[in-house]
Write a protein that binds this ligand. Structure first.
Ligand code: AKG
Length: 262
């Protein structure tokens, strides 16, 4: 492993996240925005918020992003070359004013750890790839560094309305130190990474701009699903995106048109 990759992996292991990583070039950013805007127009904003789940097996442009060499390189430095794409979702926060006009609650993402409901043994790493510029005003991701070392924390029903998480849960504020939280602003085409145990969330979008991100979760082929009634989430769209799978712990749902694996 080159020294740079080793340093990167060590920093990630210490902090539980990495941010402001450049991924897409200008032309690729325009293509991504164009593809997402077309999809948003066809399904409507309400559905584009949180319902675009695992569409990487349906649209080649989405699987292209999920297997982009510059997305995979830092993951390979941390997890090794053999990678499974576990799950993907577009998360789109529209300006709160737009939605409040129709009486909806302001959307935000409560403090949580991704793996709370996922029965997976092994490190899960999430990519948050910015479709739009994301900053504090439009509700970029906020992380609490190094909390991935604290094990899985208790989650309870969220007190505030508008939580985008399907489970509608949050980590009670006495279980971690939110004053240590760090925002992860990104330009369109950049990404951040976070460990599945890292405490993170995001505030409402109080700007007049859309904040859309593509979240992609990866594991090494060595990871495996476990039967845990406390963590029942199943993964039905897993795809081998890099290297080879000598373990067979996940079904490879690669579409027949996926011909460019690394
Ligand atoms: O997009 C957001 O605001 C939150 C994303 C998130 O919670 C995640 O990627 O796990």
């Amino acid at each position: 492993m080159p020294v740079d990759a080793r340093n990167f992996a060590e920093d990630f292991d210490r902090n539980g996240y990495a941010t402001s990583l450049d991924v897409l070039q200008e032309r690729e950013i325009l293509e991504l925005k164009d593809n997402f805007d077309n999809l948003e127009n066809s399904i409507g904003k309400e559905n584009a918020q949180y319902s675009l789940h695992n569409i990487h097996t349906k649209y080649p442009w989405v699987l292209k992003l999920s297997s982009h060499p510059r997305v995979l390189a830092p993951l390979q430095a941390i997890l090794g070359n053999n990678l499974i794409l576990l799950d993907s979702r577009f998360i789109c926060k529209y300006p709160s004013q737009e939605f409040q006009e129709d009486g909806s609650d302001e959307k935000f993402v409560a403090w949580h750890q991704d793996v709370r409901y996922w029965g997976i043994e092994g490190d899960v790493i999430s990519v948050w790839l910015a479709v739009d510029d994301a900053d504090v005003d439009n509700g970029c991701m906020v992380v609490v560094p190094s909390t991935h070392k604290d094990g899985i924390l208790e989650h309870k029903a969220a007190s505030q309305k508008g939580n985008m998480l399907t489970s509608n849960q949050e980590i009670p504020s006495n279980l971690f130190d939110a004053t240590k939280s760090v925002p992860c602003p990104l330009k369109a085409g950049q990404m951040s990474l976070h460990h599945g145990h890292l405490v993170h969330g995001s505030e409402p979008n109080r700007s007049s701009r859309r904040r859309c991100g593509f979240v992609i979760r990866y594991v090494s082929t060595k990871a495996h699903p476990i039967d845990d009634p406390e963590r029942p989430r199943k993964f039905e769209s897993t795809v081998l995106v890099s290297g080879e799978d000598r373990f067979g712990n996940f079904v490879d749902n690669s579409p027949e048109w996926f011909t460019w694996r690394n």
